[in-house]
Write a protein that binds this ligand. Structure first.
Ligand code: C2E
Ligand code: MG
Ligand code: MG
Ligand code: MG
Length: 284
């Protein structure tokens, strides 16, 4: 009996120890399966010129139509794939899907750029540039700058020398780069002049609170001025209200995204949304 209960105890202990690892493996397998089954979709959030209201681009944001759990945002699954081969597979699927969508839109006369979010692990993987070149090969009709890659500020700072080379090589393919969630990295700004980023995206947390928080307002104004000084494009994320929109316009921020302009939407919904958005301009 003693031996038996000891064995049971061992078994329970073993189960508790392994549960997390087993769940993780199962979850990764379900993502892999979902990719093969076409359960993932890119939603697109428009990026507009705040002054002219022109729709200049769209950010691709991944969604998972989970068979049991419904529509999942990246917060529900991307952390689990971090630093695995699957991270790269997802990134390549995103790039391929966004490029095909770009061609469709450009053929329809909708000449916007599309931004994709690429993880640091993927960006710094050994043959990133070669594989991107292969993904882009079927689309010689796309103009320079049609594809943009967003990289988190924190990633760009990790390995400045390596990131600089990757950006330069991708630049020769006609790809531009944005520094995402700018302001959250608590970093020295001196690297800015040495990295060929085309665009800074002010993190939404600063925009959200800037009208109530003088510190956040100062950060937003500072980043707008910084982008102007370094001759980079500037995008405000997280514009939720007309007051946000107007304040950013007044301080000279050129571009913006946010729920107050449009929430991320399926690709097919974007042309109609754009028509309504431009009509509203006429009405205003
Ligand atoms: P991000 O790149 O900074 O994207 C902006 C996020 O803020 C998106 O959330 C978007 O839906 C949300 N957002 C946009 N406007 C507003 C607003 O006005 N208010 C609020 N509260 N939120 C707004 P989402 O789609 O859940 O994506 C979250 C993050 O996941 C992204 O942040 C990005 O870092 C990452 N992500 C999304 N798609 C991909 C992808 O395909 N690959 C990778 N590696 N990361 C992705
Ligand atoms: Mg982004
Ligand atoms: Mg962001
Ligand atoms: Mg973010």
């Amino acid at each position: 009996l003693a031996k038996q209960s000891g064995k049971n105890r061992y078994h329970l202990y073993d189960t508790a120890l392994d549960r997390q690892a087993r769940d993780q493996l199962e979850f990764l397998a379900s993502i892999r399966h979902g990719l093969e089954q076409g359960q993932f979709e890119l939603y697109y959030q428009p990026k507009v010129n705040l002054r002219t209201r022109a729709v200049v681009g769209a950010e691709a944001l991944i969604r998972w139509h989970h068979p049991q759990r419904g529509l999942l945002a990246p917060g529900a699954f991307l952390a689990q794939v971090a630093n695995t081969e699957l991270d790269i597979q997802i990134g390549e699927w995103v790039a391929a899907t966004a490029l095909a969508q770009l061609r469709t839109w450009h053929e329809q006369g909708l000449k916007l750029s599309v931004s994709i979010n690429i993880s640091g692990y993927h960006l710094e993987s050994p043959d990133f540039v070669d594989r991107l070149r292969k993904l882009m090969a079927p689309y010689p009709m796309l103009p320079f700058g049609a594809l943009q890659i967003e990289v988190l500020e924190t990633v760009a700072l990790n390995d400045i020398a390596i990131v600089r080379d990757i950006l330069a090589a991708c630049g020769r393919l006609g790809v531009t780069f944005a520094l995402d969630d700018f302001g959250t990295g608590y970093s020295s700004l001196s690297y800015l002049s040495s990295l060929p980023f085309d665009e800074l995206k002010i993190d939404q947390s600063f925009v959200r609170d800037m009208l109530d928080d003088k510190g956040d307002l100062a950060i937003v104004q500072g980043v707008v001025a910084l982008a102007a000084a370094f001759e980079r494009q500037i995008v405000a994320e997280g514009i939720e209200t007309p007051a946000h929109y107007q304040a950013l316009l007044d301080m000279g921020c050129a571009l913006g995204q946010g729920y107050g302009i449009a929430k991320p939407m399926p690709a097919g919904a974007l042309p109609d949304w754009r028509g309504q958005w431009l009509e509203r301009e006429v009405a205003a």
